[in-house]
Design a protein around this ligand. Structure first.
Ligand code: FES
Ligand code: FE2
Length: 364
């Protein structure tokens, strides 16, 4: 497993940005959920009082009990009706200290007198959108630099909402996945795309790929298949949104989150505009959309299969007719270094790049 240091990414082991940590469905239960990302353990739950999502560091400051690990035997859980969530707070199963959504201990049943300020766990900035829970991860502990993921089409009744494909763990550093945003050369051998026009652009925290051409996996190869246009953008280091036009109008979503230094968890989903042109989606639309999401998942599985078995690319043998891999790798470094060094990386890469031998992207 190659690490962030092996890729010489910067000062931090894990990048700054918004990252998916669960689907909303996973916390639509009365129990807290134990999750692990960024090499640390968390307790994630939905407050019973307000429905608010809370993410706390997992280990109780008293004696380091996991606040969300499965427990069926503590009377805190048994008397709580099978849960240790109380209102928007959570109670430790061991000695029953209770923590509010801000992470501060607000009740110790056997203790009289003030509760020490140090009786707290870190509470993380979380948001819920697009059927998922997002955390702002930031080694400097700063405020979010851009908005959490959202799409106006999500709440539009003429679009079929997705159900996430949880692709599980990938034992590769996220750098290998990020490389894909500028990987012009793999589109034909892996996805069967006959790319007609292609370009990348880097702009601040965005890395964009625009391309068009027939695509065997997604739109078929009978010689009459429509040209697929994709405009794909990394919004920071963990969230990829791709607008697809060709067969259906759709938005592809791939999100990955570091688990350990050198492994990630990955989700895939597809938002599809009513394939039958309905103002409000029907059952038939949902069936067609689910089938299209499955072909999209299979297209992504073509990348995934290679990533599963490859060695880390610490020094690639890149050609001028490859996409701008080194630019993308510099772009990615902005998230592994302090904010005040951001311009150093962004200034080196902002702009449009076209691999040697192909035409730049245009819509027509
Ligand atoms: S370990 Fe959590 S209350 Fe004692
Ligand atoms: Fe790919």
């Amino acid at each position: 497993m190659a690490t962030s240091q092996d890729y010489r990414l910067g000062d931090y082991t894990f990048p700054r940005g918004w990252f998916m940590i669960a689907t909303s469905d996973e916390i639509n239960t009365h129990k807290p959920l134990a999750v692990r990302f960024f090499g640390r353990d968390f307790a994630l739950y939905r407050g019973q009082a307000t429905g608010k999502v809370v993410l706390l560091d997992a280990y109780c400051p008293h004696m380091k009990t996991h606040l969300a690990a499965p427990n069926d035997t503590s009377y805190v859980i048994i008397d709580g009706g099978g849960t240790n969530i109380e209102g928007d707070s959570i109670r430790c199963p061991y000695h029953a200290w209770r923590f509010g959504p801000d992470g501060q201990c607000d009740d110790i049943p056997y203790h009289e007198g003030p509760i020490p300020k140090t009786a707290c766990v870190k509470s993380w900035t979380v948001k819920e959108s697009l059927g998922a829970i997002w955390v702002w991860h930031d080694p400097e502990g700063g405020e979010p630099e851009w908005n959490h993921p959202s799409l106006p089409e999500w709440d539009d009744e003429s679009w079929v909402q997705w159900k996430y494909d949880d692709l599980g763990m990938l034992e590769q550093h996220p750098q290998e996945v990020i490389d894909n945003i500028c990987d012009y050369g793999h589109l034909s051998p892996i996805h069967g795309s006959t790319v007609q026009r292609y370009e990348n652009e880097f702009k601040g925290h965005l890395a964009i790929q625009r391309q068009c051409g027939p695509h065997r996996t997604l739109v078929g190869d009978d010689g009459h298949s429509p040209v697929l246009h994709t405009i794909t953008t990394y919004h920071g280091p963990g969230v990829l949104v791709s607008y697809l036009t060709g067969l259906y109008e759709a938005i592809l979503f791939i999100t990955h989150t570091p688990v350990e230094d050198g492994s990630i968890r990955v989700w895939h989903a597809l938002l599809v505009k009513s394939p039958n042109g309905n103002a409000k989606v029907t059952i038939e639309d949902k069936i067609a959309a689910a089938q299209f999401q499955e072909s999209s998942r299979l297209a992504f599985a073509q990348d995934f299969e290679v990533w599963t078995n490859k060695a880390p690319c610490l020094n690639g043998l890149f050609l001028p007719s490859d996409g701008p891999f080194m630019k993308a790798r510099i772009w990615y470094k902005q998230f592994y270094n302090p904010r005040d060094r951001r311009a150093e990386f962004v200034d080196k890469v902002d702009g449009v790049y076209v691999p040697k031998g192909i035409d730049p992207y245009t819509q027509n």
